[in-house]
Design a protein around this ligand. Structure first.
Ligand SMILES: Cc1ncc(COP(=O)(O)O)c(C=O)c1O
Length: 359
């Protein structure tokens, strides 16, 4: 590693988080959502770490499932966007990949297959992104009931589960009950994501789907409410590669947006937006060096950040800075940058080596 910039991945933290979250809903089974390279943590490493705990993984689309199968992961996998052509559906059936079905053409295509895959039937209860409408769902469930086997489920996705006082979740749960009220057979359901697993017991069903919480991200609610004790699974580090003293009045970085109000010591750190650090992080966004907070000064560059380290005089060349992780929550950096921890995790680029702490 030439540049000592890296993301440390703690697989024991992922296991701990899985255990904490699944304890919130002891009567459910839990799908581990490992799409987008396990939210940037490394899908194969996370799948291996969770394989003995998890009965079903979820990815966004088939290429992500193929990557896991090629790595020897043999746990069933759910493809959340289903399939795009017949070849994919056949491959899915042959490789124990379960398919989310969200429009009629998919149902008709699955019906024509000799060896149909396991399907999950998605209902749009209010998110309005994917799924059958509340009006069409009951009829389609009856018409295609022969495609629903013991591992099938009816599922929906919640739009606002992270907001504990938002009535949208209750409305979505009511919509789902209404859509299913005319069904003769008992169908397995899947509703809750991480936030609903923590905050909405009424959303717990046969399967809950855990994403952000597995990685120690924010599971919603308010900081005053009891939360499971989740641990950050990723911490992002980069070294100090230059130090300089700047007289008061001088400006820093592209666009000269930050001006020193006092004689200032600056540390240049080898990470930038090409590594996934958010370009919109404003001056004042914190990082940690020697256990102390230091603050971003000026715009984020492609490969470098500049921090005001005047109040941390021990900072020396080569010292390690934590951009987020155990000493500084990724949510805090996301809040500063006008985004969410999901985006920061998934955007850590390939040029940042993942240093995986195995169990
Ligand atoms: C359909 C679906 N289910 C579950 C999840 C996991 O949600 P979370 O990461 O909020 O736990 C996602 C994440 O985007 C999703 O798209």
């Amino acid at each position: 590693m030439t540049r000592k910039t890296y993301a440390h991945i703690d697989l024991a933290a992922v296991q701990h988080n899985f255990d904490q979250l699944s304890a919130c809903a002891p009567n459910s089974q839990h799908v581990a959502v490992i799409k987008a390279n396990a939210y940037g943590h490394g899908a194969i490493a996370v799948a291996e770490a969770l394989a003995s705990r998890v009965a079903l993984f979820a990815v966004a689309f088939m290429d992500e499932a193929k990557q896991l199968r090629e790595a020897g992961i043999d746990t069933p996998i759910l493809s959340l966007e289903g399939f795009f052509d017949e070849e994919e559906a056949i491959w899915a059936a042959n490789h124990n990949v379960w398919l989310v079905i969200h429009h009629l053409a998919q149902l008709e295509r699955v019906e024509r297959l000799q060896n149909p895959p396991i399907i999950w039937f998605k209902i749009d209860t209010g998110m309005h992104r994917l799924g059958f409408s509340l009006e069409e769902a009951p009829g389609l469930l009856q018409r295609f009931s022969h495609l629903l086997g013991p591992d099938s489920a009816v599922f929906t996705h919640l739009a606002c589960a992270d907001e504990v006082s938002n009535d949208k979740t209750r409305q979505q749960l009511d919509n789902l009950s209404r859509a299913l009220s005319t069904q003769q057979t008992h169908l397995a359901l899947s509703v809750a994501n991480s936030a609903a697993t923590v905050h909405w017991p009424s959303a717990h069903q046969r399967w809950n789907r855990l994403g952000i919480g597995l990685y120690g991200g924010f599971t919603g609610g308010s900081p005053e409410l009891p939360q499971p004790k989740l641990l950050p699974a990723m911490s992002l580090h980069a070294p100090v590669i230059a130090l300089r003293d700047l007289p008061a009045g001088e400006t820093v970085g592209y666009g000269s947006t930050w001006r020193a109000q006092r004689n200032t010591r600056l540390a240049t750190v080898a990470i930038g937006y090409a590594d996934g650090y958010p370009r919109h992080a404003p001056s004042g966004t914190p990082a940690i060096c020697h256990g102390q907070r230091i603050y971003l000064a000026g715009r984020v560059s492609m490969d470098m950040l500049i921090f005001d380290v005047t109040d941390c005089p021990q900072v020396a060349l080569g010292d390690e800075v934590e951009l987020w992780g155990s000493a500084l929550s990724i949510k805090e950096v996301a809040d500063h940058s006008g985004t969410i921890d999901y985006e920061l995790m998934t955007r850590v680029s390939e040029r940042v080596p993942r240093v995986v702490k195995r169990i």
